[in-house]
Design a protein around this ligand. Structure first.
Ligand SMILES: *[C@@H]1O[C@H](CO)[C@@H](O)[C@H](O)[C@H]1NC(C)=O
Ligand SMILES: *[C@@H]1O[C@H](CO)[C@@H](O)[C@H](O)[C@H]1NC(C)=O
Length: 303
């Protein structure tokens, strides 16, 4: 691009105007869209100018300047400067003309960050690029399912809640029955709860549906609650119930009952396991065999 071209362009567009063709000063920034509370955030600004052509590089949060690099300043101490704001603490040791490091981010760090490049005169062409950064807090505990029974009969109503506590923003909750996401009509929404001192939010999503035959088609009825927060957090809780009709003719005592237990650290497996002594499980196995024979006989002679 020639000088003449350059001058013509600046004449036409002055500054702060998107320049489309001949002059291609391009600014690309990399700003993480979500950062965990308490971590550091690296913001990068890439542009196509050698140092001689650069008049200044500045970073802004909203409308406030937080960092500047002006290679032409007389005093070294003026060439590179950081300006801290609430939630914006710049690690100057690790910041330069291509990147800035925000230390120990908190909710005040959330905002729009812009890198602005000004080319040297006479054009003082200006280009900038901006992106939003969100600071989030993932829940300290896994989501938890409350309510419900260990056994259900066809026609019973399942009424349970799933709660995830203390995050920002509130997580997204969703319910699955036997692996399939449930219809909206089965969801019960409750207002968010906010802890005043911390600003953290807790959310509850209810599930309510009538038990049908199809729910037991593959054995037990499994319900799962999934909590997600952006791409950073993905945890679930799961419960299983067996059909009340599958109960053996002998009354099962407490120890034989299937129990739903709290989730393991993986947060995504099946927590359904049985407690019981050897003879108890033998008894149950025999009753299942008896049931299978009964089903077989019904199938053979039922019609
Ligand atoms: C679910 O939570 C809501 C709100 O806290 C409560 O009113 C409701 O009784 C709960 N339902 C069950 C089944 O626990
Ligand atoms: C919840 O899900 C919606 C829709 O998929 C998404 O736009 C939103 O960012 C999610 N919120 C969180 C906190 O993950």
């Amino acid at each position: 691009m020639g000088i003449l071209n350059l001058q013509m362009m600046s004449l036409i567009f002055f500054s702060h105007v998107l320049i489309t063709n001949a002059m291609k000063l391009q600014v690309d920034i990399i700003v993480p869209s979500v950062v965990l509370n308490g971590k550091d955030a690296l913001l990068e600004c890439h542009y196509d100018l050698d140092d001689e052509g650069l008049y200044s590089l500045k970073w802004y949060k909203g409308n406030e300047e937080i960092f500047r690099f002006i290679p032409g300043e007389e005093f070294l101490s003026d060439r590179i400067k950081g300006f801290n704001l609430p939630g914006v603490k710049i690690d100057m040791e690790r910041s330069d003309k291509h990147k800035i490091l925000l230390q120990n981010v908190n909710f005040d760090t959330t905002g729009r960050y812009r890198c602005e490049i000004v080319a040297e005169g006479p054009s003082f062409q200006t280009m900038s690029s901006a992106r939003h950064l969100n600071v989030v807090q993932i829940p300290s505990e896994d989501p938890i399912i409350t309510g419900g029974q260990l056994r259900y009969s066809i026609g019973d109503t399942v009424e349970v809640n799933c709660t995830s506590k203390d995050s920002l923003p509130a997580v997204n909750l969703s319910w699955y029955i036997n692996g399939e996401q449930v219809d909206r009509s089965h969801l019960r929404h409750y207002p968010l709860e906010e802890v005043e001192e911390t600003g953290l939010q807790s959310t509850t999503l209810g599930l309510q549906f009538k038990v049908r035959q199809k729910h037991f088609r593959h054995g037990g009825l499994k319900i799962k609650c999934l909590a997600t927060l952006a791409a950073l957090y993905w945890r679930s809780d799961e419960r299983s119930a067996e059909p009340a009709a599958m109960r053996s003719p002998h009354n099962l005592n407490e120890h034989e009952a299937y129990a739903a237990v709290s989730p393991n650290s993986e947060g995504n497996s099946n927590w359904f396991y049985s407690i019981g002594s050897g003879s108890d499980s033998m008894l149950r196995r025999m009753s299942i065999i008896a049931l299978l024979i009964a089903v077989y006989l019904t199938h053979q002679f039922g019609t």
